[in-house]
Design a protein around this ligand. Structure first.
Ligand code: XMP
Length: 524
C-alpha cells in the first residue's frame, strides 16, 4: 500500500498543513491555498507533533471551529505548534486559540458577528494586510472576540464586534485573522492568503492539478512495476480520470472493465467505450443487462435493490479479473473528500468509502493492491486533470450518478426492462433540454424518477392509464445539503411536453420542489 501522495518524496514542492479545529470551511481553506499554487493538506488539529515535523511543512494554518476557547473539551492548540519556527496563520477559532495560549485576551460577547461585516485596518495593515483598502468587507462567523493581543503582537484591524480582528507578530512568524478569507464573501480573502503564502512564508507558485499528472505517472510506475492493473469504469469522471492517468503511466499493463448492468443512462456505456477505445486503452465491455434484470425480478425495496446490484456487480467484476492473468493491482477513483470523510489523512492507508458510494465500485475481498492516483484531489481539481488529459467534455462535467443507477430511481416497484426504457428515454430528454438551456454544469444533479403508480390521462381520442415522471434538479456544494433548482418555466414546459409526447407510457410530468434536508437528493 502506498500513501498515494501526488508529490514525489524527492520533489522540491513545498506544502502547507491546515490543522482542522472543526470548522465548516476547513476543506475550503485547503482548496483556496491550492488555488494559489501551493499544495495544502488538511490534518486533524491533534495530529502528533512528530508527524507534523516529519512532513516538514512550509507553513501551518489553524482553521476555524465551532467551540469557544473556554468551553469544556474545546480543541486544544498546543503551544509547541507555535514554536516550530514556521509561519502560522490562525483563522477565526485558530486565531483565538493562538491569542489565548500566548496570553492575550479573548472574551465572549453576547452577540457575535455572523455574515458580512465591515473591516477597518489599523497601522496600514501591517505585514499581512498591507496594500489592502483601509475599509473593506469580510465574512465573520464567531461569538467570542479578541480584546487584547498577546505581548509582542500588533493589532492590524477591527470590526464593530471585534476590537482586534487581525494581528501579527512578524518576529515570531505568527499571524491571525478573525474573519474567513476562504469564502467568496471576503473579497480580498484570496489576496490575503496569497500574501501569507508568498510574502510571509516565501512560497512560490509551483503546484497545480496539472502538475499532479507528471508526478502521479512516476508514482504509479514505481508502485506497479510490471504488474497487471485492472480498473472498473462507471461512466463517471473519477474512474475515467483515474484510468486515463494510469494508462498514461503504464499503457497496456492496464485493462479497464465496464460492467454494463443495464441501469446506466442513455448512451452512457457507448460513450465510455468509444472514448477509451479511441485512446487505445484496453477495455472489456461486459454486457450483463440480462443477469441484473433477472436478479432484480420481484425486488421492490430500495436497500434490497442496492444490495443485489452491488453483489452482482462484484461477481461480474471478479469473473473478469480472473480472466486476466498477472493482475495484482486495482485502480480506484478515490477522492480527497472520501479520504477526509473517512477520517484518514492522505498518507494513512486506504479510505474506507461509505458503502453507500461503493456500490458499483470494487470487490472488497479481491486480493489486489489499490492504486489511487486521485487520492489527494478535490472534485474540481479532478475535472482540471481530466481536461488536461484530454477526456471529452461529456465525461469531465458529468453529474454524479449513483452506482445502482436507474435501478433505484424506479420507486415503489420492480425495475423491469419496460420501466427502465421509459425512465432512460425521459431522462435523456431532460438532459438534452438542460444542456440546451446551458444549465447542466450549474446543477449538481438533474434526473428523472419513475414512481410505480399509474393514473388516467387523455391523449388524442382516448384515455390513457400511464406512469408519471418526476423531474428532480438540485443545486448543491457537496450533496450533504441541496436546494431544488428554480428551473425556468419555459424549460419545464418543453421538458414536460417532450416527455409526454415522445415517451410512450408516460402521461404526466411533475416537479420535485423539496430541499435536502428534509428530503434526500435521490428518491428511492
Ligand atoms: P442522497 O439521495 O442521499 O444522495 O441525498 C446524496 C448523493 O449520493 C448519491 N447516491 C448514491 N451513490 N450509490 C451511489 O454510488 C448509492 O446507492 C447512492 N444513493 C445516493 C446521490 O446521487 C447524491 O449525489
Amino acid at each position: 500500500m502506498t500513501d498515494g501522495h501526488p508529490r514525489m518524496a524527492e520533489s522540491a514542492c513545498e506544502e502547507v498543513l491546515v490543522l482542522d479545529f472543526g470548522g465548516q470551511y476547513s476543506q475550503l481553506i485547503a482548496r483556496r491555498i491550492r488555488e494559489c499554487g501551493v499544495f495544502a493538506e488538511l490534518l486533524p488539529h491533534d495530529t502528533a507533533l512528530e508527524r507534523i515535523r516529519e512532513r516538514r511543512p512550509a507553513a501551518l494554518v489553524l482553521s476555524g471551529g465551532p467551540a469557544s476557547v473556554y468551553s469544556d473539551g474545546a480543541p486544544e492548540l498546543r503551544r509547541e505548534l507555535l514554536e516550530l519556527d514556521l509561519p502560522v496563520l490562525g483563522i477565526c477559532y485558530g486565531m483565538q486559540a493562538m491569542v489565548h495560549v500566548l496570553g492575550g485576551r479573548v472574551e465572549g460577547a453576547d452577540a457575535g458577528e455572523f455574515g458580512r461585516t465591515s473591516l477597518v485596518l489599523a497601522d496600514g495593515g501591517g505585514r499581512l494586510l498591507s496594500g489592502l483598502p483601509h475599509e473593506q468587507q469580510c465574512w465573520m462567523s464567531h461569538r467570542d472576540s479578541v480584546f487584547k493581543p498577546p505581548p509582542g503582537f500588533v493589532a492590524l484591524a477591527s470590526s464593530p464586534g471585534s476590537p482586534v480582528a487581525a494581528l501579527e507578530s512578524p518576529a515570531r512568524g505568527l499571524y491571525g485573522i478573525q474573519f474567513h478569507p476562504e469564502v467568496v464573501h471576503t473579497p480580498y480573502g484570496t489576496q490575503i492568503l496569497d500574501r501569507f503564502l508568498r510574502e510571509v512564508a516565501g512560497l512560490e507558485q509551483r503546484w497545480s492539478p496539472a502538475s499532479v499528472i507528471d508526478e502521479q505517472v512516476q508514482r504509479v510506475r514505481a508502485q506497479v512495476g510490471d504488474g497487471g492493473v485492472i480498473c472498473g469504469l462507471s461512466g463517471g469522471v473519477d474512474s475515467a480520470t483515474a484510468a486515463a492517468l494510469v494508462h498514461r503511466a503504464i499503457g497496456d499493463q492496464l485493462t479497464c472493465v465496464l460492467v454494463d448492468h443495464g441501469l446506466l443512462r442513455k448512451n452512457e456505456a457507448q460513450q465510455v467505450v468509444e472514448t477509451f477505445r479511441d485512446r487505445g486503452i484496453r477495455l472489456v465491455h461486459v454486457a450483463a443487462q440480462e443477469r441484473f434484470l433477472q436478479r432484480l425480478a420481484g425486488v421492490v425495496e430500495p436497500e434490497h435493490k442496492r444490495k443485489i446490484i452491488g453483489e452482482e456487480f462484484i461477481r461480474v467484476f471478479e469473473e473478469q479479473a480472473a480472466k486476466l492473468p498477472g493482475v495484482r493491482f486495482l485502480v480506484q477513483g478515490t477522492l480527497y473528500s472520501d479520504v477526509i470523510e473517512s477520517g484518514g489523512d492522505g498518507r494513512a492507508g486506504a479510505a474506507t468509502i461509505k458503502s453507500h458510494h461503493n456500490v458499483g465500485g470494487l470487490p472488497e475481498d479481491l486480493d489486489l493492491e489499490l492504486v489511487e492516483p486521485l487520492r489527494m484531489l478535490f472534485k474540481d481539481e479532478v475535472r482540471a486533470v481530466a481536461t488536461k488529459l484530454g477526456l471529452p467534455e461529456g465525461i469531465v462535467w458529468r453529474q454524479p450518478f449513483p452506482g445502482p443507477g436507474l435501478g433505484i430511481r424506479i420507486v415503489g416497484g420492480e425495475a423491469t426492462a419496460e420501466r427502465l426504457e421509459i425512465l432512460r428515454e425521459a431522462d435523456a430528454i431532460l438532459q438534452e433540454e438542460i444542456r440546451a438551456a446551458g444549465l447542466y454544469r450549474e446543477l449538481w444533479q438533474s434526473f428523472c424518477v419513475l414512481p410505480v403508480v399509474r393514473s388516467v390521462g387523455v391523449q388524442g381520442d382516448g384515455r390513457t392509464y400511464a406512469y408519471p415522471i418526476v423531474v428532480r434538479a438540485v443545486t448543491s456544494e457537496d450533496a450533504m445539503t441541496a436546494d431544488w433548482a428554480r428551473l425556468p418555466y419555459d424549460l419545464l414546459e418543453r421538458v414536460s411536453s417532450r416527455i409526454i409526447n415522445e415517451v410512450p407510457g408516460v402521461n404526466r410530468v411533475a416537479l420535485d420542489v423539496s430541499s435536502k434536508p428534509p428530503a434526500t437528493i435521490e428518491w428511492e
